[in-house]
Design a protein. Structure first.
Length: 725
């Protein structure tokens, strides 16, 4: 090692003086001891600051002093003091090694005196070292003791002092400090093994340096590897469980190396990325590893990887990030151990002991190994099931749930026939409904699902049941019966045709069993079922419903290839074989029909087609056989004025032929329409029907008959008419 300050000569002269006069050795030792124990005992930092100030003054530069207490790598600590200013020179070394002379004497602006203040360092160390750009020196009690041991004249004196020697009299050469560029610093630290805190100090010291020269700056990683540059390195957030993420193989910086703000600032400037738990979870490499974890197990996991450790790392990361169940659907592909000793995707495992596990068919889904110790919320977030899970998609074809295609067809059947192809809104469904064995236990779990699971779907301006309500409605989930084959218990329109649903109010609102005929007819299958029920002799129908129900069925099933029923309903409490009934298409034929009549609700043709029945006009062939007794003008019939008012016309026009009696088809009939002239038997009922039919106001036939039956009460009846709206 070079000796720029000729410390060898300094040591030679001092040793010669001690050998010639042991008393000089004693004086030096006593003087140094007095300085350390006396006036300079507590002045270490002050003396270091004074030396720094003097060095800056000599170089005429601003003074800077940095003090650092650091780990020495051997279980101890080292105090480092660095300052700007004039470098160390031979005169300075001479002054440091002498308790009687000082290079600072009489220097303008000097703070310290006589050079003796340096003795304050002995309060902290008996081996102080100085390094400068011009060279370095070190003082050492051990080396001094070893050296004077070779001087016989000093043996007794050293023994008398118990081995104590003056430390600051014999300097040895030490390494100096070389001023280097940033790129050289980076190159010098490549491959260097240092504690994380050392790297943190280095990064902080380099903060503000040119970015281009730092691209290759090494970064120690949390798993023991070293990144060859900061770009792409993840800087862990305080809440990131770094110690458990090693199996993910991420380039996570050692937290201790990047803890100081200047260190993080530098590394971010060089391309490192802040790593919150959510950001790490979103890393494409993490997602890819999760999505392929089951396949990796089946293909043979890498020998240096542990699937259990990988699963634990992902679960720890999920626990820290806190995604909600279903927020990151790909997490359901994470391979987790099951109760049978195998592995399965998280989304196909049930949380052991959960209520959900108790309602499923045995073996329908796997059960998570009870030994997996993880946050329950994290397990739910990765798809482990403790309840029914939602499935979301943009199109029915992408809904991976039971009956998705049938549901989509049922929805489309509700749209108008000429409706354009619909644009589907975002869809939500519920999986694993087909795996339920215990519906009384499952329905409360389903009722607790978010509202979106039960929401209707708006399609083409039509609100239709979502997948969950449709699926439950079409399966025997209420005591072995389908909700869509029951009725709302408060509904009256469907009484006699459907049994009431026996379920609590909350589920009743969610399941929505039909309450009206329109509810039933909204679904094609429901309409077909109603057609069968109308032919069931065990059932009854409200008269108001019977009047139009066949017509409404014909409209709902228009274009549907419906099988005609074997029995048809002709009265609220009566059904007959279909071969015995006819559909009344015109009212004047009723007296001539000897077969039961099916109410047509104003659309006899479609009803006859639906039921595959003949129309009355196809069964009865008749014409007027009698001659009229007289012909009179409608306006001259008593009560004609009130009848005209009820029709909303000023006066009745045309004539009518009165028969006594009127005969057609070999029987007496009350009325019969003609092309120009209607025929009646003269009764008010016949007059009312004939006029109502010709005027196209059939529902007013009773009101018109009343006008002809009581012409003497025209004024009173007109007054009654004026009371209503």
């Amino acid at each position: 090692m070079s000796d720029p300050f000729d410390t060898a000569e300094l040591r030679r002269r001092v040793l010669a003086a001690w050998a010639d006069s042991p008393a000089r050795f004693r004086e030096d030792a006593n003087a140094e001891e007095d300085l350390v124990r006396g006036g300079y005992r507590d002045r270490l930092l002050v003396e270091l600051a004074q030396n720094a100030a003097d060095a800056a003054a000599r170089a005429e530069v601003p003074g800077r002093l940095r003090l650092e207490l650091a780990d020495d790598g051997a279980g101890g600590e080292v105090l480092r003091a660095a300052n700007t200013g004039a470098p160390l020179d031979a005169a300075g070394v001479q002054g440091l090694a002498s308790l009687r002379a000082s290079a600072k004497r009489d220097q303008p602006g000097s703070v310290g005196r006589f050079g003796v203040g340096f003795a304050a360092v002995l309060a902290a160390s008996d081996e102080p070292e100085l390094r400068s750009t011009t060279g370095g020196v070190v003082f050492s009690a051990d080396r001094t003791r070893a050296t004077v041991a070779g001087v016989p004249a000093l043996t007794d004196e050293v023994a008398r002092r118990g081995g104590a020697v003056p430390v600051l009299r014999l300097p040895w050469p030490a390494l100096g400090v070389r001023r280097v560029g940033t790129a050289e610093v980076v190159e010098a630290v490549r491959g260097v093994a240092r504690p994380p805190a050392w790297w943190a100090r280095l990064y902080a010291a380099l903060d503000g340096a040119e970015r281009e020269e730092l691209a290759g700056l090494p970064v120690p990683l949390a798993d023991g590897r070293t990144a060859h540059g900061p770009a792409g390195v993840l800087l862990p957030d305080e809440g990131l469980p770094v110690s458990r993420l090693g199996p993910l193989g991420l380039r996570l910086a050692d937290p201790a190396a990047v803890a100081p703000a200047p260190a993080r600032r530098l590394l971010e400037r060089l391309g490192a990325r802040p790593a919150t738990a959510a950001a790490v979870l979103a890393d494409p490499e993490v997602r890819a590893a999760v999505e392929t974890s089951v396949d990796a197990l089946e293909d043979g996991w890498d020998a240096d990887r542990d699937p259990a450790a990988f699963a634990d790392a992902v679960l720890a990361l999920v626990a820290a990030a806190g995604p909600t169940p279903g927020e990151l659907p790909w997490l359901a592909e994470l391979a987790l151990p099951d109760a049978d000793g195998g592995w399965a995707p998280a989304g196909e495992l049930v949380l052991p002991g959960s209520a959900f596990a108790g309602v499923l068919v045995e073996g329908g889904l796997g059960t998570l190994d009870a030994a997996v110790a993880a946050d329950p919320d994290a397990l739910r977030a990765v798809g482990v099931l403790d309840g029914f899970a939602l499935v979301r998609a943009e199109d029915p074809d992408d809904l991976d749930v039971d009956g998705a295609e049938d549901w989509a067809d049922a929805v489309l059947d509700r749209l108008p026939p000429d409706a354009p192809a619909p644009s589907w809104p975002p869809l939500t469904a519920v999986r694993d409904l087909d795996l339920v064995a215990d519906w009384p236990g499952a329905l409360p779990l389903l009722a607790a699902l978010p509202a979106e699971a039960w929401a209707d779907v708006a399609l083409g301006g039509v609100a239709v049941p979502g997948h969950l309500r449709w699926w439950l409605g079409t399966h025997p989930v209420l005591g072995g019966r389908r909700p869509d084959r029951l009725r709302h218990p408060d509904a009256t329109e469907l009484q006699g045709l459907y049994e009431p649903a026996d379920v609590d109010a909350a589920l009743l609102d969610l399941l929505r069993p039909p309450a009206t005929v329109d509810d039933v007819l909204a679904d094609v299958d429901g309409a077909l079922d109603l057609l069968d029920r109308l032919g069931d002799p065990r059932r009854t129908v409200a008269p108001a419903v019977l009047r139009t129900v066949h017509a409404r069925l014909a409209a709902a099933l228009d274009g549907v290839d419906a099988e005609p029923p074997d029995r048809v309903r002709v009265a609220p409490d009566r059904v007959v074989p279909a071969g015995e009934a006819v559909v009344l298409d015109v009212p004047w034929l009723q007296p001539l029909v000897d077969r039961p009549l099916v109410p047509a609700g104003g659309t006899p043709g479609p009803v006859a087609d639906l039921l595959d029945l003949p129309l009355a006009g196809e069964v009865v062939r008749a014409r007027v056989e009698s001659w009229p007794a007289r012909r009179i003008r409608w306006a001259d019939v008593p009560g004609a004025g009130l009848a005209a008012a009820r029709l909303g016309v000023a006066e009745l026009t045309g004539e009518i032929a009165v028969h006594e009696p009127l005969r057609a088809g070999g029987r007496a009939v009350p009325w019969w329409p003609g092309d120009e002239l209607d025929h009646v038997d003269g009764t008010p009922a016949a007059l009312g029907r004939a006029l109502a039919w010709r005027a196209g106001a059939w529902p007013l036939r009773q009101a018109l008959a009343e006008a002809f039956a009581a012409p003497d009460r025209t004024a009173a009846l007109a007054a009654e008419d004026a009371v209503g709206p």
